[in-house]
Each structure stands twice: as C-alpha cells, then as structure tokens.
Ligand binder design. Structure first.
Ligand code: CIZ
Ligand code: SF4
Length: 319
C-alpha cells in the first residue's frame, strides 16, 4: 500500500542522510525487520544487537526493540546518537525490577555475586557484577559455580528455574516474569502436540517450567532459530514471541510453524504471544524519530561506567 511504501522510502533516505543504521529485534513487526535487512542494518537477539551496534561505523543507531536494548547500545557506543521509535517501549522484567528495591535486596546478601539478565535497566546493571542473556546464562553460571561463587539471580524467575535445573546451582532469586512467555500453557500445548504429532516443540526459557518440560529444544531465540533451520524435522511448535516467525520462515521457507497456545485466547496469532512493547515500534514513529531526532536514549555517565563493567564481563566471556 502506497502510504507504507512512501514511509519506507522516506526512512531509507533519512538513514542515508544521517549515516544511520537500523538495529531490529526478532520480535518487532516483519516490515521493520525487512527494512533493517534491506538497509544494511541487522535483525538479531539482544546480544547480537549489542555487538552489531558496537562495531558499526554509523553515527546514529536506530534501535527497534525495547528500552534496555537502546540503553545497551548507548553504553557501548556513547559517541553515537541512539534513537528509538518510542522510548516508552519497555519490558515487564525491567519494570518489575526497580533499581532502588533491587539494591536493598542485594544488600541483604553482601558476599553474593549479582547476575542480572540483559532485560534490565542501566541502573540495575550498574548494581550487578555480571549481565547475561538467555544465550550465555548457562555457561556464565557454570563458570561462577566452578569459582565457588554464591549467586543472586534477577529478574526472570522461569529462566532462573531452568538455569538452576541445568547447572545444579541454587541461587537467591528475584521473582520477575515476562508477561509474554509467562502465558504459554501446558494443557493447550499438549492438545496442539496431539494435532501435530510430528512437530518438535521449541521453547524459550522465559516460559513456565511445566511448558519448558514439554520442549524438545529449550533455548534463546538464536538457538530456536538454528533448530528450525538445521533440524531435519518439517514441523515445529514455537513458544516464544511470534515476531520470530519472520526469520524462521526466511531460513526455512518450506517448514510448518505453529505458535504455542497461550490459553483462553482465539486461534489467531494476532492476539497471542506478542510483546506489547515490541509492538510499539512502527513505520510512522520510526520515520519521526530519525527525522526529528526524538526518542534519544541518554544515560548518566556514572551509571554508564558502572553498568559497562558487568556488561563487558559478559561480552568478553562470550567472545
Ligand atoms: O524475550 C526477550 O526480550 C528476548 C529473547 C531478548 C533477547 O535476548 O533477545
Ligand atoms: Fe520483555 Fe517479554 Fe517483551 Fe521480551 S517479550 S521485551 S522479555 S516483556
């Protein structure tokens, strides 16, 4: 449609004029992912988004995702202008772990190593010793276990559960959750499995442990994407944000994908398993943020410096 085509053309021109690049998450709308690919930007998970941004030679990075992703880009590239279509796009894990309360929580366990998921504010990362993502959390917790460290884990309780089970490490845990993944339901998933008995079940570890138990593959978005591409199977039931279907379908065009049920909602995927904050990114506000330089991400320098220590530990570890 004409209006969309005009908007896309305008965005492409603005990116050129401003020496800007798009860095989009797998969970944003297909058309934004496609635009990032067409214009030499990237579509990635939060870890790859961070690495891409840090290595980019652009003057401006336009982060289509949620707030913590923009903040991570700013931490690693303070000299670049970091723009986001909507600065109000946040994450229930970030909202559910306010820095002041988290600082008090950690103060109760002074000899513990504080490990936080990437889905947190810069202020929370500044309190932490380590940042992790779902892609490297297992290795990092295992590494800390070998060093005999006692661990505070925040904020996702389901991811914490999964890591405890996989590593045998008991952690002091903050009880946050992702409002998207927390909704996947076992009963409905069992029913869908019966309808598609040959389908392999792929689950993101932010999902409830009963759902994780039904999985053939558990892992980060990257791991699930690789599974669709490289496993010989032709059908998959996927328990993560359906935004990932764009990439999954691209790497495996002939495979059949079904979104895992979130229970109680309609059959249509438009009403389920999609992050409302990721959905705040659109063509219009993307155009506006580059054109008007609105939605700039700024972080206080003292916070940035502290947060960078825990963030860089992770980046160096996973290199
Ligand atoms: O659920 C999210 O927000 C994810 C998977 C973020 C990430 O690490 O890419
Ligand atoms: Fe946060 Fe969940 Fe949305 Fe990811 S999908 S940004 S974890 S609320």
């Amino acid at each position: 449609n004409k209006q969309k085509a005009e908007l896309k053309a305008e965005i492409k021109q603005l990116l050129k004029d401003n020496n800007a690049q798009l860095v989009a998450h797998y969970y944003v709308d297909d058309e934004l992912q496609a635009l990032a690919e067409e214009t030499g930007g990237t579509v990635a998970d939060s870890l790859e988004m961070a690495n891409f941004g840090a290595q980019s030679e652009a003057d401006t990075l336009v982060v289509c995702g949620v707030r913590f992703m923009g903040e991570t880009a700013k931490m690693l590239s303070p000299e670049k202008m970091i723009l986001m279509p909507d600065l109000e796009a946040t994450c229930s894990l970030d909202v559910g772990c306010p820095a002041d309360e988290f600082a008090k929580f950690c103060a109760q366990y002074p000899d513990y190593t504080v490990v936080v998921y990437a889905n947190t504010s810069a202020e929370v990362k500044a309190i932490a010793d380590w940042v992790v993502t779902s892609g490297n959390a297992l290795q990092i917790v295992t590494h800390l276990k070998e060093q005999g460290k006692k661990i505070i884990w925040a904020p996702d309780r389901h991811l914490g559960d999964w890591i405890e089970k996989q590593t045998g490490v008991e952690m002091i845990r903050w009880q946050g959750h992702c409002i998207v993944h927390d909704e996947f339901k076992t009963y409905e998933l069992e029913a869908l499995k019966q309808q598609h008995p040959n389908a392999k079940v792929l689950v993101h570890p932010e999902s409830p442990s009963e759902v994780v138990e039904l999985a053939d593959v558990v892992g980060s978005t990257k791991v699930l994407l690789n599974a669709v591409e490289s496993m010989p199977d032709n059908e998959f039931i996927v328990a993560t944000d359906y935004g990932i279907f764009y990439k999954m379908q691209q790497v495996a065009p002939h495979k059949k994908l079904y979104i895992a049920p979130t229970g109680g909602k309609s059959e249509s995927c438009t009403s389920c398993a999609h992050c409302p904050w990721m959905a705040m990114n659109g063509l219009q506000n993307l155009r506006d943020c580059i054109k008007n330089k609105t939605g700039e991400v700024l972080i206080e320098e003292s916070i940035r410096q502290k947060a960078l220590v825990s963030l860089n530990r992770m980046l160096e570890f996973s290199r």
